[in-house]
Design a binder for this molecule. Structure first.
Ligand SMILES: C[S@@+](CC[C@H](N)C(=O)[O-])C[C@H]1O[C@@H](n2cnc3c(N)ncnc32)[C@H](O)[C@@H]1O
Length: 209
């Protein structure tokens, strides 16, 4: 049984459609509007980023493991291209086919080897000067110690049935290491999301050949 898939389908079934258009991608418009290559929104959920890009005339492939999210998104925006797959099994895109891949709050659910495997796939599908942009949980956003199981790896915890990593700066540079990636943005942000405070890291990493 794929518990992660089931967890997210249940979340989207319970909460219904409530996309929240965000503008954090505006600073990446130069890359997003390059003529060559696709834009992949990986772990798109209800399409906050995909819908923002479509509003700006930028076609995007919205991908998620949760068919429930994609069903709701397609009902709202039938012309949006979606793909349902589990990123742990690889990405169904050709080598060097993407100009930008977005991983917004979708890359912090995996143990270290799996995270490196996914990043290797992202590296494969990005074109030579392609950009990976994302946001991940910050360590400051960790739930109270009493609500959380002991770490199974550095900064990686089980909470309410799923695993999550809470990154510090060192974790970002560990995963997006300088051999494969050139880090152009690493910033910690404090924002309000769905009515509660959230601390996260935003990053932009350019593929090195
Ligand atoms: C916190 S939500 C973020 C959704 C959206 N990116 C946003 O920022 O609003 C995490 C998303 O990652 C997706 N996800 C988690 N694990 C995944 C996997 N293994 N493969 C594909 N998508 C996954 C979930 O289904 C969920 O939609």
């Amino acid at each position: 049984m794929n518990t992660l898939k089931q967890y997210w389908n249940d979340v989207y079934r319970e909460f219904g459609f409530h996309p929240d258009r965000e503008s954090w991608l505006v600073r990446y418009m130069d890359d997003l509007s390059q003529p060559e290559g696709i834009i992949v929104d990986l772990g798109c959920g209800l399409g906050n980023n995909a819908l923002y890009l479509l509003d700006h005339g930028l076609p995007v492939v919205a991908c998620d493991v949760a068919e429930e999210a994609l069903k709701q998104l397609q009902a709202y925006k039938p012309d949006l291209v979606t793909q349902c797959f589990d990123m742990r099994n690889g990405l169904p895109f050709d080598n060097r086919s993407a100009k930008v891949v977005i991983v917004d709050l979708s890359l912090h659910y995996f143990d270290e080897p799996t995270t490196f495997d996914i990043l290797a796939e992202l590296h494969r599908v990005l074109r030579e000067d392609g950009l990976l942009v994302g946001r991940v949980n910050a360590i400051q956003d960790m739930p109270n110690k009493q609500d959380i199981q002991a770490a199974v790896e550095r900064h990686f915890y089980e909470h309410e049935g799923i695993y999550r990593r809470f990154f510090d700066r060192q974790d970002i540079t560990h995963f997006l290491n300088a051999v494969k990636w050139s880090l152009e943005v690493v910033e910690e942000h404090d924002l309000v999301r769905y009515g509660s405070r959230k601390v996260l890291w935003e990053f932009a990493a350019r593929k090195r050949s």
